[in-house]
Design a protein around this ligand. Structure first.
Ligand SMILES: Cc1ncc(COP(=O)(O)O)c(C=O)c1O
Length: 418
């Protein structure tokens, strides 16, 4: 008997009341409705009508400075990157229509993996379709049932989702707290499989991890170490390899995860490692195997960008200057920032609640400045912030313009004194 027949013989009166699967979102829907009823714009529904450069777009017909992208190194409009993408599009077509393990590996994917190996000075590289999938895939494949993933409480959603997919036991330690990490590790069974997952830069507060302290602790307890350098690749370290390079512990890290959607300026994800069995993961990593590979034009842009980022010392220096100037300027204006010093290309301006954060965000947008409004669960509980992410292509003049806009919007909304 098939399902349709079975349903047909149940008398109508006995049909169970179907639960509305959206019921669980009712509080969130109500909160959003209440906020929008105050007349503010929806910060999660912005449309870029035109993008003119890594730092400028047109939003609602208005020229707007972009201070809320992940385009740290400004590679999206690099002429060589664009030319490489166009050439691959012409030569290889719009997409691969296949998985990396079947028809979806082109010579361009291998060239991209070679570029990553050269960039990091490592033996193995795997390119995924997004950074989310790289974390999902590597974490879930390495740490399965009975293993432990020891992670920072503020870890990115893709890391948590990797733990859920792999069915590993999750052990959280307090954000950036090395002592707490050690305490957690000390309680785990000595012989158990352990993966410590850290991030170079934490993207909401823009703070960096003390990898030079945490990595040796993880090693002491026999754990493998994965560092997500999504927000640090290209910018940190002499060769742009990330915070692990900058803090001198890259050779002790087992797996680096990264993305092409930030400094590289396109889309895609990757894992690099010196572990001799890394390539075996291609056969058992579901988010690598059961999805289509990146289009040839995308991997061509990524390859060109990665190779250029190896020699981007001047850009790195200018980005640091931008970060320092904006941090100092915002503090001088009276804003509260998440970090005492500029630690990365991300500066988080803290606001007391969602309504004040959205009002300030909207005032900036109306003045011609786009920043990210962030709230829980993306941020830690109770934290509302405007995330400013700088680009190596922001000019010194743009940074001064940005400060002028923060001053005007801050005073107009009462976020800083008149
Ligand atoms: C720390 C971290 N890891 C991974 C990702 C996922 O990257 P992607 O955008 O390539 O999926 C992000 C994205 O914001 C991130 O912040």
């Amino acid at each position: 008997m098939n399902v349709t027949t079975e349903q047909a013989i149940v008398p109508e009166t006995e049909e169970p009341q179907a639960a509305d699967l959206f019921d669980k979102f009712a509080p969130l829907i109500q909160e959003r409705d209440n906020l929008l009823a105050t007349g503010v714009r929806d910060p999660f529904a912005i449309v870029m009508d035109e993008v003119k450069s890594p730092t400028e777009a047109v939003i609602d017909g208005k020229d707007t400075i972009l201070l809320g992208t992940y385009n740290y190194m400004g590679m999206t409009f690099d002429p060589d990157v664009i030319a490489a993408g166009k050439e691959a599009l012409e030569k290889f077509g719009a997409g691969t229509t296949g998985s990396r393990v079947l028809n979806g590996t082109y010579q361009g994917h291998k060239a991209c993996e070679e570029a990553l190996k050269d960039f990091y000075g490592m033996d193995h590289a795997m390119v995924f379709s997004t950074g989310y999938q790289a974390n999902l895939g590597i974490v879930s494949t390495l740490a399965g049932k009975g293993d432990y993933v020891i992670l920072d409480a503020d870890s990115h959603a893709s890391i948590y989702d990797g733990c859920f997919l792999g069915n590993a036991d999750i052990v959280r330690f307090r954000h950036n707290n090395a002592e707490n990490l050690e305490k957690r590790l000390a309680k785990l069974p000595p012989g158990a499989g352990k993966l410590v997952v850290l991030e170079g830069v934490y993207s909401m507060l823009g703070d960096i991890a003390p990898l030079d302290v945490m990595v040796p602790i993880a090693k002491k307890y026999g754990a493998m170490i994965l560092v997500d350098e999504a927000h640090s690749m290209g910018f940190f370290g002499e060769h742009g390899r990330g915070v692990a390079e900058a803090q001198g512990v890259l050779d002790q890290v087992d797996f680096i995860i990264g993305t092409f959607s930030k400094s590289v300026g396109t889309v895609g994800g990757f894992c690099v490692s010196n572990h001799p069995k890394t390539d075996f993961l291609r056969l058992v990593c579901r988010p690598y195997t059961f999805t289509a590979s990146l289009p040839p034009s995308v991997v061509a842009t990524a390859t060109t960008s990665i190779r250029k980022l190896m020699h981007a010392g001047n850009k790195r220096a200018h980005l640091w200057e931008n970060s320092k100037r904006l941090h100092q300027g915002l503090r001088d204006l009276g804003f509260t920032l998440a970090t005492d010093e500029p630690e990365s290309a991300i500066l988080a301006v803290l606001l007391p609640d969602q309504e004040k954060a959205v009002r300030m965000w909207q005032a900036l947008l109306e003045l011609g400045l786009y920043v990210n409004m962030a709230r829980p669960p993306a941020t830690p509980a109770g934290v509302y912030l405007l995330r400013c992410s700088l680009c190596a292509e922001h000019s010194a003049e743009q940074v001064e313009q940005i400060l002028g806009m923060f001053e005007a919007a801050g005073k107009a909304t009462g976020s800083i004194p008149q």
